[in-house]
Design a binder for this molecule. Structure first.
Ligand code: SAM
Length: 161
């Protein structure tokens, strides 16, 4: 656990057992220009730098059709986050919030989500703008952003550019 993860005065934590595995499978990793937490934006922006989702080669066929979407949702595992905080003092100002009322990376299951702009998909590499995670963050999933879905009825379930 890094110094960044040290408890702040007054924060409460849960005494947890060593991680029991939820058996998620990482599908790849994310390359970003953010080596440290202090370099990351708190939330990504479509004006932000290009980042790359690098899939393990076995998952390449699962990208079929993705290029039809302007925006996609990316789920990732915030692997350097502590997982035992119940309350947090993000502003270090004495104002405490419960973990579930925050988008803090510090949570029992540190899953991050971002809706990002799809720039291109080539082979196992998907270039996007709008991420806020560390370089080498494990990649969990990719989904088309739900606003791009037409109604599921009548057999027409995706909008292609
Ligand atoms: N957009 C996601 C969400 O809303 O679920 C994550 C938001 S969280 C506030 C983003 C912050 O998490 C970054 O500013 C950085 O401090 C931290 N972070 C990014 N990647 C991380 C990683 N792999 N492990 C731990 N913390 C990370």
């Amino acid at each position: 656990m890094s110094q960044e993860d040290a408890l702040r005065p007054g924060e409460q934590r849960l005494a947890i057992a060593p991680d029991d595995d939820a058996a998620l499978r990482f599908i790849g990793h994310i390359e970003t220009p953010f080596p440290e937490r202090a370099d990351c934006p708190r939330q990504g922006s479509e004006e932000g730098p290009e980042c790359t989702l690098v899939l393990k080669s076995d998952y390449a066929p699962a990208l079929l059709g993705l290029e039809g979407f302007d925006r996609i949702e990316v789920l990732y595992w915030l692997h350097r986050a502590r997982r035992d905080l119940l309350t947090q003092n993000p502003g270090q100002d004495g104002v405490f919030r419960g973990t579930f009322s925050l988008r803090s990376p510090l949570r029992p299951n540190p899953i991050g989500t971002s809706v990002v702009r799809l720039i291109r998909a080539e082979g196992c590499r998907v270039t996007v703008r709008g991420l806020d995670c560390l370089d080498q963050t494990p990649l969990l999933d990719i989904k088309p952003y739900r606003c791009d879905y037409a109604p599921l009825a009548k057999g027409k379930n995706i909008k292609v550019k």
